[in-house]
Design a protein around this ligand. Structure first.
Ligand code: ZN
Length: 472
């Protein structure tokens, strides 16, 4: 029985809106639009994603910090492009109690302007570099477009890494590391992605260049999960982040940032889920296995004992499990856990016990198999790996089937998904394609070969490929 009123392949956006609440991820009834309440299940899921990010940060020598939420207007205004880019999106604090503030404060939309004045105090010498910091905090942006849970919100659960380096080359090495971090993380979340170098007119305000991390949602629209920015010394100059070089001169630091948000959760819900509910990647599922006792009269104790023993064994093996011993039918229990996206379900009844076996059902495929209770830990672990591999493969198929190389405007009109076209390098031609597609310029594929075609809009020689898509 489907959990949602709307089917995923009939109206993806409606299905998505329904499922995030049905599966207990968030409550959208809070009276500020775009500021949703995280429910316990959703928050556990989000913090599990954060844990994977923290692991990656610590492995790569980043330290976690926590900067204040409020930023004085004067600090915010130091980098001109930055203020131009974010100025319209910030929330202002004008009063403290009854007193009007002499200088307005703003709620961070991102933390460059809070961190960099302090970095300039922390960094003195080349021996202080590289400086690699990150924080996971809430940021605030006044979204005027239609809000959508985890995808377009006004209070954002945000990961931001900020690094300072001796020179451009060292900052470039950081960007390479950031790409590798993204790759390892998104593999674990079963999310195939593409990197795109954003066009000049759409890069992060103040950046030298921006690389976006985009995924394809089943609606055919792309969703930007994060971005990696090379700042060169664009922020270091106004914020005076300089250091003494080895030969006693002063030089400006070169900086990078790397940001991701709860959109990761939006992608997991949207890409993997189905009409029965969520399907969670085992790496972040709050529960990886749910054990359901199949009770028959007279065998209650034996079955429940077996379930509980198995549960403790799985827990000891580091597998997140739960025994659902509520007094309701197995059918109701299946329905609830399918909705919540638990990757594996184990059923144990008297017949299984006679054979010293268990029945295991995969959430993604519905595949059912029996396996011996004796080495359940290994069996469960192998099945969790199989679920993760299958989720990745399915999502990769969706991405690959919806990426098209197109060389004429007419062809582009007929094509869905992500379109790669020859591009002469002018903004006008890209905007023309955006118009035709009612979409966005995603950016240049960073791994693609040189283009030898002509620009389909102006007919000039095209040296680059450019990707376009409709986006969230
Ligand atoms: Zn052109």
């Amino acid at each position: 029985m489907p959990a949602t009123k709307v089917k995923k392949d009939e109206d993806f956006n409606e299905w998505y809106n329904e499922i995030v609440e049905l599966a207990d991820l968030c409550d959208k009834r809070y009276p500020i639009k775009g500021m949703n309440v995280w429910r316990p299940y959703g928050w556990t899921l989000m913090t599990n994603v954060d844990s994977l990010i923290r692991d990656e940060m610590h492995k790569t020598g980043h330290s976690e910090v926590m900067f204040p939420l409020l930023i004085p207007e004067s600090l915010f205004k130091k980098e001109e492009e930055h203020i131009e880019g974010f100025g319209k999106e910030v929330f202002w604090v004008t009063h403290a109690g009854l007193t009007q503030l002499e200088e307005r404060w703003l709620l961070r939309p991102t933390s460059e302007t809070a961190m960099y004045p302090i970095f300039s105090l922390w960094i003195r010498s080349h021996t202080d570099l590289p400086l690699k910091m990150y924080q996971i905090v809430n940021t605030f942006r006044y979204e005027t477009k239609q809000t959508r849970a985890f995808i377009r919100v006004r209070e954002i659960h945000f990961f931001e890494a900020h690094t300072c380096h001796v020179d451009f080359q060292d900052a470039e090495r950081q960007i390479q590391e950031d790409k590798e971090i993204a790759d390892r993380l998104l593999q674990k979340l079963c999310l195939p992605y593409i990197f795109n170098k954003r066009p000049e007119w759409d890069k992060f305000a103040g950046a030298y260049y921006t690389i976006s991390i985009d995924v394809l949602m089943p609606s055919g629209r792309t969703l930007q999960l994060g971005s990696i920015h090379q700042y060169k010394d664009n922020f270091a100059k106004p914020y005076e982040i300089s250091y003494e070089t080895q030969d006693g001169k002063r030089a400006y630091a070169h900086q990078t940032t790397y940001g991701m948000s709860e959109r990761i959760l939006g992608a997991i819900v949207g890409i993997h889920g189905d009409n029965k509910g969520l399907i969670l990647p085992p790496a972040i599922a709050p529960l990886q296995v749910v054990i359901i006792p199949i009770i028959f009269k007279g065998k209650e104790t034996a079955v429940l004992d077996a379930c509980r023993t198995l549960h403790s064994r799985l827990q000891s093996a580091g597998i997140r499990s739960h025994v659902d011993d509520r007094e309701t039918t197995p059918g109701n229990k299946y329905y609830d856990w399918e909705l919540k996206g638990v990757p594996l379900r184990i059923e144990i009844g008297p017949r299984d016990l006679d054979k010293q076996a268990l029945t295991l059902v995969r959430r993604d495929s519905g595949e059912k198999k029996t396996m011996p209770l004796s080495n359940a830990e290994d069996g469960v672990r192998a099945e969790l790996d199989a679920v993760a591999a299958a989720l990745y493969t399915k999502a990769e198929k969706l991405l690959n089937e919806n990426m098209h190389r197109v060389c004429s405007v007419e062809e582009a009109k007929e094509t869905q998904g992500i379109i790669t076209m020859p591009w002469c390098g002018t903004k006008d031609c890209a905007l023309e394609i955006e118009n035709v597609l009612e979409g966005n310029t995603l950016g240049e594929p960073i791994e693609s070969p040189r283009c030898t075609e002509t620009c389909p809009v102006c007919g000039q020689k095209a040296e680059k490929w450019m990707r376009f898509a409709r986006s969230y």
